[in-house]
Design a protein around this ligand. Structure first.
Ligand SMILES: [Zn+2]
Length: 633
C-alpha cells in the first residue's frame, strides 16, 4: 500500500502531505520486484524470444550487475579459471586460451569487486580469485607470469600487468589489505626497473598501463608510480604513432587499447596539471565520437580493410570511462553520450537469451550435442549457453549479438582452437560489469552539500534517491534524504530546459508546488532542499527517427533507421543490409555477416517501450563511495 501511495505521487505529483515514511519506503517496496529480477527478468531491454514478458522496471544498473553473477559464478573450470573463447558450435564450446590468466581472470575479479559494491552480493569465487591472482605473481619479479600449459607459454605480458595491477588496486581500495599494497608496489617497481634497463625498448611503455599505474599512484600516494605514468604517457604521445598530430587514430588502431590509453592520460594530465595533454585527450575523444553512433555502437578496430565492423564491450567500457572522466572535469556535455550508450548498446550487449548460442550455427543441427561430457583440461561443453547468461558481446552488430562469423585464427590459440566461429571473447565479460559500474558510480553525486544528477537513471545515494521512468514516460523524481544546499539535474540534449516542468513536495506537506528552476549550462539548478523534499521533473519523450551508418571507409557500409524515445532506442531497422557475406580481412575470405534482419541473437527488440506504461521500481543498492576511478581528486 505504501508503495502504491508513492507511485501515485510520482505519477500525479498531487498528493498533499505525503508522509516521510512513505517517501522512505521505496527501498523496501521495490525490493520484492528487484529480487524477482535476478537472472531472467529484464529491465528495459529486449525480452527473450518465446519467454514470458518480463515485468517492466525502471532502469537501474544494479539489474545488470545482478545478472552478471550467473556468468561469474558458473562459467569457470573446477579451479575457478575462466574461459576466453566461446565457440558457436554444437555443443557450444568454452575453451581456455592465453588471455585466461592475467587478462580474463583479472578483469572478472575487478568486475566482481565492483559488482559487490553495486549490488551487495559477492561472487562465489571472489576471495579465491584474489588468492589465485596473487599465486600467478612471479616470486622473482612480482609481475604476473602466465603458467606454461599446452596452449600457453610462460611469459610476462604488458596487458596482463595492466589488468592485474588495476584489479589489485580495486581490491586494495575495497579492503586496505597491506599484502595487496605490497603486491602493487612490487609490480610498479618491476615495471620501473624494466623501463630503466631497456629505455624506449621496454614493452611496458604501453598506453594500456597508464590508468592502472595512475590508480596505484593515487591509491597508495606513490610518487614513483606517478613518475612511471608520466614516462609512459610521454612515450606514447610524443614518440609513437598511436595518435596522429591531428588527433585521430592511425589506421588499424584498436579501440579498447586506445581508449584505455586516453582514460589513463586524462588521469595523469589532471594530476600533473597539464592542460595541454588534457585538451589533446578531449580532442581525440571527439574524434572517437565521430566514429561512434549516437546509440553507442563503436568499431572494435578503426580502419579495417574489409567489410566487417563489430562492437566490443571492452571498448564500450573505456568509452564510458573516458567520457565520464572528461564530463566530471569540465565537459558535462559528454553525459549525453554516457547515457545513450548505457541505455542502448551496453544494455543490448549483455546476454539474456542464450537460445541462439545453445542451438548452434545453421549447419550444426544433427551433430551430436555432446552435453554432459566431462571437462577436459582446455575445453568445457556443459551447458555453456546457460552459463553465459550475464556475459557480454565481443562482436555485436546494431541488430545481432554476433555481427560476423570470423575464426580469428591468427589472433588466438593453437590448432585445437582454429576454424571455429568465435561467438564471444570473454575479456568482455569482466569489462561489461566494469562498464555498468562506471555508469552507476557516475549517475549522480552528492559533494560539498550539492546534489548533481548527471544521468536520468535510478540511483541510491546516502543523501538522495533518484528514479526515472524513461523510456515509458519522461518523469524523474529526486527524493532528498539529507539537506542539500543545491540540487541540479542535467537537461538531456533531446530537450530544451524550458520543456522540463519541476514541482517540489516539501516535508510535512505542500501540494507539489512549482519549483523555481534556472537553466545553467546543460543543467537545471533547482535551488536548495531539505531532507524529505521530493522534486518531480516531467518532460516530453517524443518519438523521433534518424538514420545511422557504420562500416569501414572504402568498404561496405550498413545503414539503419533508428527510432528514439527520449534517450532510448525503441526500434532498429536495417536499411537494405541483406548481403549474406562480407570480406573479412582478418580471415582473408568471405564470411557470413549479420547486419540485416537475419542472424543470431537479435537485439533491440523494444517495441514494448513505445507504449506508455508504469514500470515497477527496480531494486537499488546504496552507493558506499568506495571505488571511484573517474572523479579524480
Ligand atoms: Zn573484450
Amino acid at each position: 500500500m505504501k508503495s502504491l501511495n508513492r507511485r501515485s505521487f510520482l505519477r500525479t505529483g498531487l498528493i498533499a502531505g505525503a508522509d516521510l515514511a512513505v517517501l522512505r519506503s521505496v527501498r523496501g517496496g521495490a525490493g520484492r520486484a528487484g529480487r524477482a529480477a535476478a537472472v531472467g527478468a529484464a529491465a528495459p531491454t529486449s525480452s527473450p524470444a518465446g519467454a514470458p514478458a518480463a515485468p517492466l522496471q525502471t532502469l537501474a544498473m544494479e539489474t545488470y550487475g545482478r545478472r552478471a553473477f550467473n556468468y561469474l559464478d558458473a562459467m569457470i573450470d573446477k579451479d575457478g579459471l575462466p574461459y576466453f573463447n566461446i565457440f558457436w558450435t554444437r555443443p557450444t564450446e568454452a575453451a581456455h586460451d592465453w588471455p585466461d590468466f592475467g587478462d580474463v581472470l583479472s578483469r572478472q575479479l575487478q568486475g566482481a569487486v565492483m559488482d559487490r559494491h553495486m549490488t551487495g552480493r559477492e561472487a562465489a569465487w571472489e576471495k579465491r580469485w584474489v588468492a589465485k591472482t596473487l599465486g600467478y605473481l612471479d616470486p622473482a619479479s612480482g609481475l604476473l607470469r602466465r603458467p606454461k600449459t599446452s596452449y600457453n607459454e610462460s611469459v610476462c605480458d604488458p596487458g596482463d600487468q595492466a589488468l592485474t595491477l588495476f584489479a589489485l588496486v580495486t581490491i586494495y581500495l575495497d579492503r586496505g589489505d597491506p599484502a595487496i599494497a605490497a603486491a602493487i608496489r612490487r609490480i610498479v617497481a618491476a615495471l620501473r626497473a624494466d623501463v630503466a634497463a631497456q629505455g624506449d625498448k621496454s614493452p611496458y611503455l604501453n598506453g594500456f598501463l597508464i590508468k592502472s599505474v595512475m590508480a596505484a599512484a593515487r591509491a597508495l600516494q606513490d610518487e614513483s608510480a606517478f613518475d612511471l605514468a608520466g614516462r609512459i604517457t610521454r612515450h606514447v604521445f610524443d614518440r609513437t604513432t598511436t595518435f596522429a598530430p591531428d588527433n585521430h587514430f592511425k589506421h588499424g588502431g584498436h579501440m579498447h587499447g586506445n581508449l584505455r590509453t586516453l582514460v589513463g592520460a586524462a588521469d595523469y594530465a589532471l594530476q600533473a596539471r597539464d592542460p595541454e595533454l588534457f585538451g589533446r585527450v578531449d580532442a581525440i575523444f571527439r574524434f572517437v565520437k565521430t566514429v561512434t553512433t549516437r546509440f553507442g555502437f563503436l568499431p572494435e578496430e578503426i580502419g579495417r580493410r574489409g567489410d566487417i565492423v563489430l562492437c566490443e564491450t571492452c571498448a564500450l567500457m573505456d568509452f564510458l570511462g573516458i567520457a565520464s572522466t572528461l564530463a566530471n572535469h569540465g565537459h558535462p556535455e559528454y553525459w549525453d553520450d554516457v547515457e545513450r550508450m548505457a541505455r542502448n548498446q551496453l544494455i543490448e550487449s549483455q546476454l539474456v537469451d542464450p537460445s541462439w548460442l545453445a542451438a548452434g550455427p545453421p549447419e550444426a543441427p544433427g551433430t551430436p550435442a555432446g552435453e554432459g561430457q566431462a571437462d577436459s583440461a582446455q575445453f568445457s561443453r556443459r551447458d555453456v549457453a546457460g552459463r553465459m547468461v550475464g556475459a557480454y558481446a565481443g562482436w555485436s552488430s546494431p541488430t545481432h549479438f554476433l555481427a560476423a562469423r570470423e575464426s580469428l585464427n591468427h589472433h588466438w590459440g593453437g590448432p585445437e582452437l582454429h576454424d571455429k566461429t568465435r561467438a564471444f571473447q570473454n575479456c568482455c565479460a569482466g569489462s561489461g560489469t566494469h562498464a555498468f559500474y562506471t555508469v552507476w558510480k557516475n549517475a549522480a553525486r552528492f559533494e560539498k552539500g550539492a546534489l548533481s544528477v548527471h544521468l536520468h537513471i535510478d540511483k541510491l545515494l546516502p543523501e538522495a534517491e533518484i528514479r526515472c521512468r524513461q523510456p515509458w514516460e519522461g518523469l524523474l523524481t529526486i527524493a532528498l534524504k539529507k539537506d542539500a544546499e543545491a540540487v541540479r539535474v542535467r537537461v538531456p540534449d533531446f530537450l530544451k530546459a524550458g520543456e522540463m516542468k519541476v514541482s517540489k513536495l516539501s516535508r510535512g506537506g505542500g501540494a507539489g508546488a512549482a519549483a523555481e528552476a534556472k537553466p545553467f549550462g546543460n543543467y537545471l539548478e533547482l535551488g536548495n532542499a531539505k531532507a524529505g523534499d521530493v522534486f518531480r521533473i516531467s518532460y516530453p519523450v517524443a518519438v523521433r527517427s534518424e538514420e545511422a551508418s557504420i562500416g569501414n571507409p572504402g568498404f561496405k557500409s550498413y545503414r539503419y533507421r533508428v527510432t528514439w524515445k527520449g534517450d532510448s532506442v525503441v526500434r532498429m531497422e536495417p536499411l537494405g543490409n541483406d548481403d549474406k557475406t562480407g570480406y573479412s580481412d582478418f580471415d582473408g575470405r568471405q564470411v557470413p555477416t549479420y547486419y540485416g534482419n537475419e542472424g543470431p541473437g537479435p537485439i533491440y527488440r523494444r517495441d514494448s517501450m513505445l507504449a506508455a506504461a508504469e514500470p515497477a521500481l527496480a531494486d537499488l543498492h546504496e552507493d558506499d563511495g568506495v571505488i571511484d576511478f573517474w572523479k579524480l581528486r
